[in-house]
Ligand binder design. Structure first.
Ligand code: AMP
Ligand code: MG
Length: 403
């Protein structure tokens, strides 16, 4: 019995458990989701600092016309000034340098002329200005990045500034892709007409990588004993198993039986979608997940993006609503689905001004790897839908660039 894609997603997500968290050095934390908030370890800025190159002075010394002050030293970034600015005195100061005690204002260098140890300040000066004030950005112990947020380069910078390394992030799942098929040959191999280069392996691995996940890859021929043995071994070493091929009803489709033999509980087998109908999802003890995707490349890709990646994103800490990216794009051509299964229409979207425009990609069959290269995601077309050109359609991106 086929279930709907929505039900399939719901079943998958109900079986997913967040992985435990771990401490990881900041240099390896890009893309990882925080399990604990990052807090300021000190005030930011930690003291009053100069925002300009110029002179540190006391506002009370400012005269209405022209101010003349004795230069008694300088304060540069990275050095602690060992003097105090008293009445009638000034100190050279540079951007990011500590404001010397006694001073309360910085005058930018463009308004100053220094000669024989005296600085002459001309033009209007705003008292207490040109400063980065202590704690104006954050106070010690303030939460700067909440838990649940994925670390990107700007937030890595914030972590670094407050000494947050290692950070506590959710562990990533150990993951394996197992491609099944007697016909499969490696990319580098010569192929005869009855043989197929294993394109699913590299494609799915690359897709995982694009979304920040790593995995290992194996290939096995269509023999129940071999598939079972390989699956059992991989299940012992991984949190997520992604199998391709051998999951339909053919004479050489052994994956379901192999999954059952290693103790997998089948949660569903068959989703009402096109391409990608024979998707299988099973669970193993300890929260391990097995996804068996049809071997046809487009079916495998739809399964990966609709079911596998959302589960993996949840495991590593993304909020549920952030696990399955959905965009709205303007159709460039009319589309209709009069079939009895939800259709995934391969499309390429691009930004048209501030909006996304979706151009469906012509596809011959679910084995059309040529079409694959033209698409960057799929339009979701429910049954009994007719959409005109210019209508908004739901688009599921296959690349994080769009998201
Ligand atoms: P299957 O799901 O095993 O019935 O395979 C369906 C179709 O997908 C067949 O034409 C297979 O040759 C093809 N196929 C299966 N696995 C792969 C793979 N790893 N790379 C490319 N094509 C594949
Ligand atoms: Mg096969």
């Amino acid at each position: 019995m086929l279930i709907t894609l929505d039900d399939a997603v719901q079943i998958v997500m109900s079986k997913v458990k967040l992985l435990p968290h771990e401490a990881i050095g900041l240099d390896d934390a890009l893309g990882r989701v925080l399990a604990r908030p990052v807090k300021a370890d000190r005030d930011l800025p930690p003291a009053d600092l100069s925002a300009m190159d110029g002179y540190a002075i006391r506002a009370e010394d400012l005269a209405p016309e022209q101010t003349r002050l004795k230069v008694i030293g300088e304060s540069a970034a990275g050095r602690k000034p060992a003097f105090r600015v008293r009445r009638g005195e000034a100190a050279r100061i540079y951007t990011g340098a500590l404001l010397p005690s006694g001073a309360d204002t910085v005058v930018m260098v463009e308004q100053c002329v220094e000669e024989n140890g005296v600085v002459v300040i001309a033009g209007p000066v705003k008292p207490y200005s040109m400063l980065f004030r202590r704690a104006e950005n954050a106070s010690r112990k303030d939460v700067l990045i909440p838990a649940g947020e994925a670390l990107r380069s700007p937030s890595i910078g914030t972590c670094a500034a407050v000494g947050a390394s290692p950070v506590r992030v959710y562990r990533h799942p150990a993951t394996a892709i197992l491609c099944t098929g007697e016909e499969l040959r490696a990319v580098e191999d010569a192929v005869k007409p009855h043989e197929t280069r294993n394109s699913n392996g590299p494609m799915l691995q690359a897709a995982l990588r694009e979304w920040g996940f790593s995995c290992k890859r194996r290939v096995v021929a269509d023999r129940l004993s071999d598939i079972t043995r390989t699956l059992r071994r991989l299940a012992g070493e991984n949190d997520v198993l992604i199998v391709t091929g051998g999951v339909s009803k053919g004479r050489y489709d052994f994956v379901r039986e192999a999954v059952e033999r290693i103790g997998g509980r089948i949660q569903f087998h068959g989703v009402s979608m096109k391409p990608g109908k024979p998707q299988l999802f099973a669970t193993l003890k300890g929260g391990r997940l097995i996804f068996a995707l049809p071997g046809n490349p487009l079916s495998a890709m739809t399964g990966l993006h609709e079911l596998v990646l959302p589960a993996m994103r949840r495991m590593v800490g993304y909020e549920p609503e952030r696990c399955r990216p959905v965009l709205q794009a303007i159709l460039q051509r009319p589309l209709a689905n009069h079939g009895d299964r939800l259709r995934m229409v391969l499309a390429r979207v691009k930004f048209d001004g501030a909006r996304l425009a979706a151009e469906p990609v012509g596809v011959q069959s679910s084995g059309d790897v040529v079409a694959c290269a033209k698409a960057n995601g799929a339009i979701i077309l429910p049954c009994e839908t007719e959409l005109d050109a210019g209508a908004l359609a739901e688009f599921h991106p296959w690349t994080p660039e769009l998201f």
